[in-house]
Design a protein around this ligand. Structure first.
Ligand SMILES: Cc1cc2nc3c(=O)[nH]c(=O)nc-3n(C[C@H](O)[C@H](O)[C@H](O)COP(=O)(O)O)c2cc1C
Length: 310
């Protein structure tokens, strides 16, 4: 191994048919539609971008307040507000024509039919590298939660969506379940190319002065550093039972956090809440991972994936 090659380690990873230049992806709902972040970083340097989750029809989301800062994290109850497929296609997608980073579409439906219809719609759209199917949002009354927690339902839903698209299919899992490994296994059996985890934890906060909830929706989802150790445990558990790539997320703020996820088996990571604090986190995590590989004389990031064995 030459000194030169160690200075420039290979960060590329494969998720389904997507070859990422590096394993750092920005997470859905925390990076707008990409454009909002262009003044802060070169989007082309990210491994992939996942814009806000898209439904068939526009959604107005939950009543405000919709974000509340907690110690070590944030609560959000955005409620999957989004412009819907048509507006996304006409007004948000064109921006990505000049971005060479992979675009992965996060989507969800209220029914299986809606999931299938959306998967078919996106299948026809050029410029999309893959789909991330959200079966896990805790902030919507219908759909989300019902889909995420029952292995048989997950299998059926993923299987149906699998048949509706040729794109790389990532299934995004909820942590609000008893046994996330069995849900991941069902997603794999249903035909997922990868699983990503975790989405937010159902949570709430009360203002003791007003005696009212801090979120308009009362219950929201907790994300950020507070959830990292639990997310890591879940990624580790899932990595041991599936053969498909696992994408880890939950409270990643810096390169070391990302490396922890990679060591327990994640092939790639997503940066969520950290983008809201420092929009350049994704870039800094990539730089930090590179530095770590150089310092540890590791030529390819592949060698790091799942290195932790108990
Ligand atoms: C404000 C906000 C909006 C989010 N919107 C979505 C969404 O539309 N679809 C989705 O799958 N996840 C959504 N998420 C979840 C994140 O993508 C991520 O799974 C979660 O926040 C955990 O990662 P983190 O701790 O790094 O933020 C959202 C999270 C936040 C904080």
């Amino acid at each position: 191994m030459t000194v030169k090659s160690i200075r420039n380690p290979d960060l590329s990873v494969k998720i389904g048919n997507i070859k990422l230049e590096n394993p750092v992806i920005v997470a859905s709902g925390t990076f707008g539609f990409g454009e909002e972040y262009e003044d802060f970083l070169n989007l082309n340097h990210l491994g992939a971008i996942i814009p806000k989750g898209i439904s068939l029809k526009p959604m107005v989301g939950n009543p405000p307040p919709r974000i509340f800062e907690t110690e070590g994290g944030i609560l959000n109850s955005i409620g999957l507000q989004n412009p819907g497929f048509e507006d996304f296609f006409n007004h948000k997608l064109p921006y990505f024509e000049n971005i060479k980073t992979h675009l992965i579409i996060n989507f969800f439906g209220n029914t299986q039919k809606e999931y299938i219809k959306l998967a078919r719609c996106f299948n026809e759209v050029p410029g999309i590298s893959g789909l991330e199917m959200n079966i896990s949002c805790p902030n919507v009354e219908r759909g989300g939660m019902a889909f995420c927690s029952e292995p048989k339902i997950v299998y059926r839903l993923v299987h149906a969506v699998r048949k509706s698209t040729k794109l790389t299919l990532i299934v995004k899992l909820s942590p609000n379940v008893t046994d996330i490994a069995s849900i991941a296994k069902s997603a794999e059996e249903g035909g997922a190319d990868a699983v990503s985890l975790i989405n937010t934890f159902k949570a709430m906060a009360i203002n003791v002065h007003s005696k009212k909830p801090e979120l308009g929706n009362v219950i929201g989802g907790l994300s950020g550093p507070a959830i990292k150790p639990i997310a890591l445990r879940m990624v580790w558990e899932v990595s041991q039972v599936v053969k498909i790539p696992v994408i880890g997320m939950g409270g990643i703020m810096k390169a070391e956090d990302a490396i922890e996820f990679i060591l327990v088996g994640a092939s790639a990571v997503q940066i969520g809440t950290a983008n809201l604090i420092n929009p350049r986190t994704g870039i800094e995590v990539i730089q930090g991972i590179r530095r770590y590989l150089v310092q540890n004389k590791i030529q390819r990031i592949q060698k790091l994936i799942g290195l932790f064995k108990n």
